[in-house]
Design a binder for this molecule. Structure first.
Ligand code: NAD
Length: 249
């Protein structure tokens, strides 16, 4: 879709790293002007420079910071996320709340902020980076699984409300992607299970995935780009698993 998004403006949260960074790159390569939002100032600036876009340093758990982000965008990619692994009985409540703030409340506030301009133009694309954990549960990930299931529901409501206005809203729901977030989990799980990191990838992370490799961020970004392109206007309210067959089982 080279230049297919020329004239469009996109906002990508968590655009400083991993999947968000790959999305920012793919959208910019297709011609969009990209706003890169991240709590990590250095990462936001580097990624924005890389794609010729604009960096915004914001903690998405802070509603005032969200309220300062651009409202007049055509494409919203709700991607920022974080993980915490612990049994429910030991899960720190403040960590649970923060995960909901960043991964559910911020996407809601950003939709609330950006949908009016999309409606005015009669075109908009909301892509929510969910997860296979928006569709399936795993032990020790209560906050993350709850947040991703909530995001799946929020995305469907935005799809129904946006349909009459040329706005689609969809989730992209990956299995394990080779990003810093997963590298961290590999270390945590290795410690929790007393395994070598390579064994964690094969035996723990990919245990339920028929395709036995991590996904590359660019493969997720390609799905996001397609959902923002000219051939997907009838695709709305879905969750697109990019999960190596995990949810087929
Ligand atoms: P990552 O850690 O590489 O990147 C996440 C980015 O979000 C980081 O740059 C981080 O600074 C930013 N961020 C975190 N908290 C923030 C906050 N409060 N305000 C602003 N920015 C914040 O992670 P990733 O693997 O690229 O994950 C991106 C999204 O993809 C997440 O929503 C994650 O749940 C989802 N996802 C990841 C995988 C995977 O295997 N990596 C799988 C499924 C879904």
């Amino acid at each position: 879709m080279s230049n297919g998004l020329r004239g469009r403006t996109a906002l990508v949260t968590g655009g400083g790293s991993g999947i968000g960074r790959a999305c920012a790159g793919a959208l910019a390569a297709a011609g969009a002007e990209v706003h890169v939002v991240d709590i990590d100032a250095g990462a936001a600036r580097t990624a924005a420079r890389e794609v010729g876009g604009v960096a915004h340093v914001a903690d998405l758990a802070d509603p005032d910071a969200v309220a300062a982000l651009p409202a007049a965008v055509d494409i919203l990619v709700n991607n920022a996320g974080l993980q915490h692994v612990a049994p429910i009985t030991e899960f720190p409540p403040e960590r649970f709340v923060r995960i909901q703030q960043v991964m559910v409340t911020a996407p809601f506030l950003l939709m609330r902020r950006t949908l009016p301009a999309m409606r005015e133009r009669g075109w908009g694309r909301v892509v929510n980076i969910s997860s296979v954990h928006g569709l399936r549960a795993s032990a020790y990930k209560s906050a993350y699984v709850a947040a991703k299931h909530a995001l799946e529901g929020l995305s469907k409501v935005a799809a129904i409300e946006g349909a009459a206005h040329g706005i689609t809203s969809n989730c992209v729901s990956p299995g394990y992607v080779r990003t810093p977030l997963v590298e961290g989990q590999i270390q945590d799980q290795a410690a929790a299970h007393g395994l070598a990191p390579e064994a964690v990838v094969g035996d723990v992370l990919l245990a339920r995935s028929p395709v036995k490799r991590l996904i590359e961020p660019a493969e997720v970004a390609a799905a996001v780009l397609w959902l923002c392109g000219p051939d997907s206007g009838y695709v709305t309210g879905i969750s697109l698993p990019v999960d190596g067959g995990w949810t087929a089982g």
